[in-house]
Design a protein around this ligand. Sequence first.
Ligand SMILES: Cc1ncc(COP(=O)(O)O)c(C=O)c1O
Length: 348
Amino acid sequence: MFSINNILRENIKNLTPYSSARDEYQGEASVFLDANENAYGSPLEQAYNRYPDPLQFEVKKRLTEIKGVPPRNIFLGNGSDEAIDILFRSFCNPGVDNVILVPPTYGMYQVSANINDVAVKNVPLTEEFQLNLDGIAEAIDEHTKLIFICSPNNPTGNSIDRTDVETLLANFSGIVVVDEAYINFSRQKTFIQELTEYANLVVLQTLSKAWGLAGLRVGMAFASEEIIEVMNKVKPPYNVNEASQQLALQALANVDLVNLWIKETLQQRDLLVLGLKDFDFVVDIYPSDANFILVKTTNANGIYDFLVSQGIIVRNRSKVELCEGCLRITVGTPDENNILLQTLQNFK
Ligand SMILES: Cc1ncc(COP(=O)(O)O)c(C=O)c1O
């Protein structure tokens, strides 16, 4: 059975978190001489001279309206990459613990593991890009703390079978991280609804993809109150800056526009698939639940280099296990997609 105390690092259990100036008073105040800020202002139109809300309450309140998850179950990070790193730092003892990854998948899990000196047990996806549950069960040992599942998966684009993820959640006594960076483009339901069911579930989402805010660096983790408390304790005090909080809040008022873009992206994805199918060098296009497609080709390096020479950048994934010969192509605007297709006509 999952118990947070069984998997929390001892030093984190005993950690006294940094107490910021604004944490230490209660009540109303109008004169703030506590945080060594510049009281005169900032040399910008917007006043950024004050430290931001460390727990980003206004943004969380809005996310609660959109996602139906209370603020106490939401962590905000400097991108979801920060949430990934904080999970390692909270739960994995360097040089002792391990995590399970299911490649091909998002590269930052491995990098974060390496940075934190945490061993990785790789259990590759099946040929159908689904979980190898037997392999995962065999790989789990007493030091396995986290299993990362990316769904829809980057770079393959498919969603992972829901029942398989639930099997892991029900049987693994560590944390299952379901990274839903691309969930807005998916036909599948989010795992957020399962938070009340599974105490060992962490769902990651981001404002970097469908929300069009990659430059702001705002990522979300949804989890039990006790996991969120740990993550808040470990994070740097002001990890989401004031500009990002304000702009995220403004953007989150624009759900309709984002939904429109999602619809258009999905239409464009279908058109891109149709257009690419015609080329002799395209061997396969994998079904996608995301805003990108994985395309198997006869000559990934050649096509990649040719596109670069024409000023078009796609992602060459041909060296990745199970993705031999593959390029990952993000769905662009209609113009961008047409330029790509027209340019490819000239590839010999
Ligand atoms: C699966 C997945 N998770 C997380 C991220 C990072 O998101 P963020 O911009 O919120 O750090 C990416 C970015 O490509 C991604 O593909």
